[in-house]
Design a protein around this ligand. Structure first.
Ligand code: HEM
Length: 408
């Protein structure tokens, strides 16, 4: 069946509730060419999974294609530094470069280094929650959710906490640029400047760790890279990527996760009554509103998929948010159910590019939401000041503001 409407994903109104569009596409046009984002959208679970498990035909060397799908042609020459620096990212690499880049980080990202962060996350959460007591209104996005992940990454990397806001500023500008910002909050120049400044910052940190090693992730990454004879720009690429990939996604999951608990009071009640449900609740939060709605690939050859002719060089979006509600894989998929028994969501990706930060993201969300629920017996939305969805980007699903009233 042909699709009757072609949703325009550059219209903020369509980003407030993208799921109704995704549901329609999954049902009636599972391989959909969408001019507003310049690519094919795969919305069925089987197709998303097949694409991520076929890196030979679905390449991850994607940055140039992605940027050129939304940046006006007259500005393409200005993109060169951004494309060059991000080309070192494992996220934007195929075989044979991808594997050593990922191995470098995976080795430094030990379970112990993640577990060691737990007391820090709890301490920081407790300190922030203490400042909320007795307040009429707290914006949880501004005052909690966006603060934890970047301080956690600074701690993991061994960077000064006073640099955390700078890391957040850079990573915000870089992450949103990939699929384009729909309002004036992030401009092209900011994004290019951010990747250049972030690169200089990490090249300097790499030099300093070589002459003065510490017990931190940067030191471990540099030591391993030196053994492999990897060049500094390549090391730097992985360090900037982890900050970019790890900060906003986790902050967004905290926001949408709590929002959905508040919108489904029976689920909130069940979680409060049985805190051991938190692990399965986090999986449901990931499935129901995937923080990173899509992944991207570029075709390396022509192919036919569901009778559509796709051409070599075409941009393809793997719409994880749509796959996560595919009724073939999820019972009653539009229902938010923290006890969901079978939940094979795709929110952390799959295949060779599977997310390396899953354990850390899960631990952060577990610590922050558990402490918030323990500390405050009531978390209420404010009728005259409801949370706002972020509507300036197709890639991410998150709250822009999240005002609440908290009672002990
Ligand atoms: C809720 C939080 C998170 C979500 C939803 C998420 C989601 C994803 C997804 C979907 C991918 C695959 C991208 C693709 O297939 O093109 C990915 C890759 C990646 N993620 Fe995450 N992520 C999260 C947190 C983190 C954290 C905390 C870190 C690190 C601190 C991290 C680091 C990475 C890296 C480095 C990759 C690239 C892996 C590769 O290319 O092999 N992520 N993530």
């Amino acid at each position: 069946m042909e699709c009757r409407v072609t949703p325009d994903f550059t219209l903020p109104a369509n980003l407030t509730n993208p799921n109704r569009h995704y549901g329609y596409l999954r049902e009636c046009d599972p391989v959909h060419w969408n001019p507003s984002i310049g690519g094919w959208m795969l919305t069925r679970y089987d197709d998303v999974q097949a694409a991520e498990n076929d890196p030979r035909r679905f390449s991850s060397v994607r940055i140039e294609k992605l940027l050129k799908s939304h940046v006006p042609q007259a500005l393409w020459p200005r993109l060169e530094p951004f494309i060059r620096l991000t080309s070192f990212w494992m996220f934007a690499s195929d075989a044979p470069q991808h594997r050593p880049r990922k191995a470098l980080l995976s080795k430094a990202f030990t379970p112990k280094s993640i577990a060691d962060l737990e007391p820090f996350i709890l301490l920081m959460t407790d300190r922030l929650l203490t400042t909320f007591a007795g307040r009429e209104r707290v914006d949880l996005v501004q005052e909690l959710f966006s603060l934890i992940p970047n301080h956690v990454l600074a701690a993991l990397y061994g960077l000064p906490h006073s640099d955390a806001p700078l890391l957040q500023h850079w990573s915000d500008n870089i992450a949103i640029f990939l699929t384009g910002c729909l309002d004036d909050s992030h401009c092209i120049e900011d994004s290019i400047e951010s990747i250049e400044q972030m690169n200089r910052y990490f090249l300097d940190a790499i030099d300093r760790r070589r002459s003065d090693p510490q017990d931190d992730l940067i030191t471990r990454v540099v030591a391993e890279a030196d053994l492999q004879g990897m060049q500094d720009e390549e090391i730097c690429g992985q360090l900037t990527l982890v900050i970019t990939a790890g900060y906003s996604t986790t902050a967004f999951l905290l926001g949408t996760g709590l929002f959905n608990l508040l919108k489904h009071p029976q689920q909130m009640q069940a979680l409060r009554a049985e805190p051991s449900l938190m692990k399965s609740a986090i999986n449901e939060m990931l499935r129901y509103e995937s923080p990173s709605q899509v992944s991207h690939r570029v075709l390396t050859e022509n192919m036919t998929l569901h009778s559509k002719a796709l051409r070599k060089g075409d941009l393809v979006y793997l719409v994880r948010a749509a796959a996560n509600r595919d009724p073939l894989y999820f019972a009653d998929p539009d229902c938010f159910d923290i006890r969901r028994a079978k939940n094979p969501h795709t929110s952390f990706g799959g295949g060779v590019h599977f997310c390396i930060g899953t354990a850390l993201a899960r631990m952060e969300v577990q610590c922050v939401l558990s402490r918030l629920l323990e500390r405050f017996s009531k978390i209420e939305l404010i009728e005259s000041d409801l949370p706002q969805w972020r509507r300036n980007n197709f890639q991410f699903r998150s709250m822009a503001t999240f005002p609440v009233r908290l009672s002990v």
